[in-house]
Design a protein. Structure first.
Ligand code: NAD
Ligand code: ZN
Length: 273
């Protein structure tokens, strides 16, 4: 990708920013070794493989063949279990600390923003380490080898992956992943936060990074901010639906651009007061 420099007009504008919204997709975790869906090296590069994954990760497959849903889910969770936050995730945490108001809207289910220390996260598609029993509603989670949070109350991901079937609750019911599957509604409480924190009162700066921006609720916050005259940035090596609408499209990797943005923003580590 090579070295980039931020345009001077952008550096100047970043100094004035007080409130920030960041929207992330699978691309921000690519540099942590987790494959994206679309884009270069994404599994949809192979359309058959892509179709099979969408089918497996759908509400109707969960009902008819939960083992199949879980096999697909284990691929994401298994990759995530070995991954560490990269410079992009860490820069977002630094940006949050500098901002007077901050929200992160992520489509990722890999938990890496949480591990990087970002606080105000709307994980609109859920978390692949969390599960809910489809029979009794009990919640549980996989022990996360990245945090050392291994307790006997948690599910053992290695055992579950080795068995390669849907994990079960002590009540006998099948667990489902606490993620939004294809064909399912978004959780209302998270949508309400998305509206309140990004749409009703758009932040001074909205950054979209590493997402192919296929969903209206991902595109909308960027368009609303742009229409309100706020600063908008896209970070993606490729062009997407929103590229023509942002003030600055940085065609580079998240791990390169985000630390530069964090450095250019005014403020102190005590910014939150
Ligand atoms: P996507 O796979 O559709 O698109 C990824 C985008 O990231 C592409 O536009 C690509 O050009 C860009 N990209 C690739 N490498 C990059 C880098 N180093 N820096 C910046 N950008 C980069 O991702 P999506 O829009 O998030 O949609 C995928 C869906 O699948 C989401 O709903 C998500 O829940 C799920 N998913 C999650 C993970 C994860 O949790 N890490 C991984 C794969 C898929
Ligand atoms: Zn149960």
């Amino acid at each position: 990708m090579g070295e980039i420099e931020l345009p001077e007009a952008l550096v100047k504008a970043l100094r004035e920013v007080r409130s920030v919204g960041v929207i992330t997709g699978a691309g921000i975790s690519a540099e942590s070794g987790i494959p994206t869906y679309r884009g270069r090296g994404g599994i949809y590069d192979d359309p058959d493989e892509g179709d099979r994954t969408v089918e497996a990760l759908s509400a109707h497959t969960l009902e008819s063949d939960p083992d199949r849903t879980w096999r697909a889910l284990f691929q994401i969770a298994g990759a995530a279990a070995n991954a560490r936050p990269n410079a992009g995730h860490l820069a977002i945490t630094a940006i949050e600390r500098k901002a007077a108001r901050f929200v992160l809207l992520t489509q990722n289910v890999d938990g890496l923003h949480r591990l990087a220390g970002t606080q105000n996260i709307i994980d609109i598609h859920g978390d692949a380490f969390h599960v809910i029993c489809t029979a009794c509603g009990n919640r549980n989670q996989f022990n996360d080898p990245r945090t050392g949070g291994i307790t006997s109350l948690c599910l053992n991901m290695h055992e579950c992956m080795a068995a390669n079937v849907a994990p079960r609750c002590p009540c006998g019911g099948v667990y489902r992943p606490d993620v939004v599957l294809f064909g399912e509604m978004l959780p209302e409480d998270k949508l309400a936060r998305l509206y309140a924190e990004l749409l009703d009162n758009p932040p001074d700066l909205v950054i979209s990074v590493g997402t192919s921006a296929m969903f209206p609720y991902i595109v909308q916050p960027v368009l609303v901010a742009a229409a309100a005259g706020k600063l908008t940035i896209e970070i993606n090596p490729e062009a997407t639906e929103i590229s023509d609408f942002v003030a600055f499209h940085l065609r580079t990797n998240a791990g390169e651009a985000l630390p530069m943005i964090a450095a250019a923003m005014a403020g102190t580590e005590e910014g939150k007061g």
